[in-house]
Design a protein around this ligand. Sequence first.
Ligand SMILES: Nc1ncnc2c1ncn2[C@@H]1O[C@H](COP(=O)(O)OP(=O)(O)OP(=O)(O)O)[C@@H](O)[C@H]1O
Ligand SMILES: [Mg+2]
Length: 236
Amino acid sequence: MVIGSTIIEARNVFKTYRSRSVVVEALKGVSLSVGSGEMVAIMGPSGSGKTTLLNCVSGLDVVDDGEIFIDNQTLRGMSDDALSEYRAKSMGFVFQAFNLLPVLSARENVELPLVLAGVKARTAREKAMEKLDQVGLADWADHNPNELSGGQIQRVAIARALANDPAIVWADEPTGNLDSENTAQIMDLLCELNEAHGQTFVLVTHTQEVGSRTHRIVNMRDGLIEESVSAAVQGN
Ligand SMILES: Nc1ncnc2c1ncn2[C@@H]1O[C@H](COP(=O)(O)OP(=O)(O)OP(=O)(O)O)[C@@H](O)[C@H]1O
Ligand SMILES: [Mg+2]
């Protein structure tokens, strides 16, 4: 995969959470740029700000200070509607909190973002089947999540994130709760997609096996990026 020009850039981003009595400085001036087609893993201890960084840089949450550019557009300059539309068209999310809907089949779960984006029912169905096939679950399309294994559920979530063919895929712990065999399978899949389609991936992970399969590991500590280690240095 040839890494292209910068598609994601965060400049000196600050984010503080304030609740009644507690103030948490979750991001204390973070700068990061990610090239088009690059696969980056954000790692670091619990509470170091990884999820906050992902939420802020993807535009799900607002920053207190600093600037985020996606595709050379500043998020600050985009209206909520423009940002929602950009997200629906160009970004996919694999977040543990965004669980599959239990009453829908695997296929219906993958169709949902397409239908919400106004895609015609028949096209949405075809697209959903294509994505389930890509993640190796075509035969499981009619099963509900409670009939699937943890690894299969995670693959459905990935198929759903890929439904719109997004330029950027954000994933928070895409292999969380999976054993090493399922983790390796998910990473095989993400690496294949990255190679075949040049999609940009930003993954938050605690798992070294996941980090070591990416182009670069960005280590966070205490609201700051401590170091950024490219694959060449990791020895991949
Ligand atoms: N909504 C919130 N309100 C208040 N504090 C928050 C909120 N979200 C996160 N924090 C705090 O901000 C800091 C960074 O949290 P964050 O979720 O980004 O960490 P993380 O690196 O993703 O951790 P983990 O590996 O456990 O998921 C933590 O101290 C956390 O308690
Ligand atoms: Mg987190």
